[in-house]
Design a protein around this ligand. Structure first.
Ligand code: HAM
Length: 427
């Protein structure tokens, strides 16, 4: 096939016939975020590469291997955002949002770009719904953000999603933990894969995330972060769990959740499902108390999550979850000639202004073909306008579900009558 008619590997077309699924998920996510007091933020699709190097972390797979980075015409290094958090933090600092009343609660929908090996549920361009909250250091915020993610999942009717939580501590307790990890993994230096050898030096916690058979073997006896938490971090984590219990949100503490991005501190979490592959995350996030400062703002606590929308829809499809029904055409106006078609055009124009979905012929179909088309698009009502109807000011509305015909006056009250008839059908 000609390359021009083929989309790049790892990308997807979201087609009109399935867009109702996206609209359902986006509406539920938006309504839920707003019920928690979040306001939408939209940031650029590309940022300076340095933002992600500094924010997401130089030693992460995302920054080292997966970014779409290029030079613009002035030789600046630009990167298509691989995730949403860094851009939101940058925008909050640059626009002074962190000087206003705190906490600042934001949500976003964004496309992300990562050069990964494409497979089911893993794309090179994908969509995230995310939430970022700033100036909220208390465990109550961790619980609130997790509860928000959980209620989006619940409101979408998605089942069998397991919430896994962990605490990866603050830089002080993590330094102790890194020491212990280096010592432990140091014994197996000659057996570790090349990536893990590098991790051992630069980012030892990521060793726990290695999927290779040999390195995974060493995981079970490795020191666990929860044994190294300082008193403050321990108390924080206990309080988050207590609040999740009070909200009756089920979770499992998994000390192997370390996350692939460098900015996290304290609470981290993942909502995983078996429906995409083994325990793939449909939503993930955590606290990042050092990130605002790292990116150039004054020190300020932050936390959030992002939900992979392609993955969420895959899970919903495989569980046959319900989406909001697709919109239906309210009225198709069939006509015979130019005069009646012009009348239909003006009537459709008025009805559309009132919020109806009205259609008439714009492609020169025969009368018979128009009726067939009205059926095909599943119009609720069909109305025939001929010269008699034009002269008499009356027409017959045919209810397509049962063929019942209702005579209606073509006057200023038409839209209201049509509305009543449509409401009757939906009852
Ligand atoms: P992340 O774990 O890298 O975190 O991604 C969040 C979610 O995006 C994943 O759980 C998954 O559902 C989806 N996702 C990631 N990569 C892909 C891919 N290649 N194809 C399809 N879906 C994917 C973040 O991005 C953080 N910014 C989340 C966050 C916000 N933490 C705090 N605030």
């Amino acid at each position: 096939m000609d390359i021009v008619t083929k989309r790049p590997r790892g990308t997807e077309d979201k087609l009109p016939r399935e867009i109702y699924k996206w609209q359902t998920v986006e509406k539920v996510a938006r309504d839920t975020a707003e019920a928690y007091g979040c306001k939408e933020i939209r940031t650029p699709t590309f940022e300076h590469t340095e933002l992600f190097q500094r924010g997401v972390g130089d030693t992460t797979d995302v920054v080292q291997k997966e970014m779409y980075t290029f030079e613009d015409k002035k030789g600046r290094s630009i990167t298509l955002k691989p995730e949403g958090t860094a851009g939101v933090v940058r925008a909050a600092i640059e626009n002074g949002l962190l000087n206003d009343a705190l906490p600042l609660k934001t949500y976003y929908f964004t496309r992300c770009f990562r050069y990964e090996a494409p497979q089911s549920g893993r794309l090179r361009e994908f969509n995230q719904f995310g939430v970022e909250v700033f100036g909220a250091a208390e465990p109550s915020s961790d619980a609130e953000v997790i509860a928000l993610a959980n209620s989006v999942i619940e409101r979408l009717g998605v089942k069998n999603v397991l919430l896994k939580i962990n605490s990866i501590g603050c830089p002080a307790c993590r330094a102790e933990y890194h020491k212990a990890l280096k010592e432990y993994y140091g014994q197996y230096k000659d057996k570790l894969c090349d990536t893990c050898l590098e991790r051992l030096e630069r980012n030892p916690m990521r060793l726990l995330d290695c999927k290779s058979e040999i390195c995974s073997e060493f995981k079970k006896d490795a020191p666990m972060i929860l044994d190294y938490l300082c008193d403050d971090c321990k108390t924080h984590f206990e309080s988050v769990k207590k609040r999740l219990d009070a909200l009756e949100i089920k979770y499992e503490v998994d000390p192997l959740i370390v996350r692939g991005l460098d900015y996290y501190t304290n609470t981290v979490f993942e909502f995983v499902s078996d429906e995409i592959g083994s325990q793939a995350a449909v939503c993930a996030g955590g606290r990042y108390n050092g990130l605002v400062e790292e990116i150039g703002g004054s020190p300020l606590a932050g936390l959030g999550f992002a939900m992979g929308l392609e993955r969420m829809i895959m899970v919903m499809d495989s569980q046959k979850a319900e989406y909001a029904p697709e919109k239906k055409c309210d009225l198709y106006i069939a006509t015979f000639d130019e005069e009646t078609n012009i009348y239909a055009m003006t009537l459709a124009q008025k009805l559309r202004a009132e919020g109806f979905w009205a259609e008439y012929d714009t492609v020169g179909r025969s009368f018979k073909a128009q009726m067939k088309y009205a059926n095909k698009i599943n119009a609720a009502f069909c109305m025939v306008i001929g010269s008699d109807e034009l002269a008499g000011g009356f027409a017959k509305l045919k209810r397509m579900s049962d063929g019942e015909e209702i005579s209606v006056k073509l006057d200023d009250g038409f839209a209201e009558r049509l509305n009543t008839l449509i409401m009757d059908i939906s009852l």
